[in-house]
Design a protein around this ligand. Structure first.
Ligand code: 523
Length: 150
């Protein structure tokens, strides 16, 4: 919306000011393989425990979003992934802004494991609707469905 009203340059500046003012960027990762995406079940906080998310976390100061995606998935899943573009639009969350990135496993990566989640599961387009997603992630499901195909 900002972009439409103010133009791309102004929106970019507003975004930087927002970041400078402390708006936190959280990356979420749609790790896709063979028409399936990796869903992960949260263990914390209590309000989100048991609900499913696209794995990720806060971008650190000075870190690129692609680097944050790779770091978070190494920490949380023990997997070696490469980010390969954005999916959907920025989603407002309590913590700041959630940005979804597409990613693929690097050849030779270990199979993703639930090191910090209750469980992980590869789901196809039809399976997306069967999981109890956290609210923000639910908004990206139509875009994800299109990426996974039917
Ligand atoms: N989300 C969210 N969806 C989603 C992720 C990865 C995160 O809605 N796919 C929200 C949940 C939390 C906030 O973003 O409110 C931070 O996510 P978290 O706790 O997974 O990331 P951390 O561990 O990097 O954040 P801190 O605990 O604050 O360090």
């Amino acid at each position: 919306l900002l972009r439409g009203v103010l133009g791309a340059r102004a929106a970019e500046l507003a975004e930087r000011v927002g970041v400078a003012a402390g708006a936190r960027i959280v990356v979420a990762t749609a790790l896709v393989r063979d028409g399936r995406v990796l869903a992960a079940q949260r263990t914390r906080p209590a309000a989100l425990a048991g609900r499913w998310e696209l794995p990720g976390g806060s971008v650190e100061t000075g870190e690129s979003e692609d680097a944050a995606v790779a770091r978070e998935l190494r920490e949380e899943l023990g997997a070696d992934v490469v980010a390969c573009g954005r999916l959907g639009t920025d989603l407002p969350i309590d913590a700041g802004l959630l940005r979804v990135h597409l990613a693929r496993l690097r050849p030779g990566s270990a199979e993703p494991a639930a090191l910090e989640h209750a469980a992980v599961r590869w789901v196809d387009a039809a399976g997306l609707a069967t999981l109890d997603w956290v609210d923000a992630d639910r908004a990206v499901l139509p875009d994800l469905c299109a990426v996974l195909g039917t």
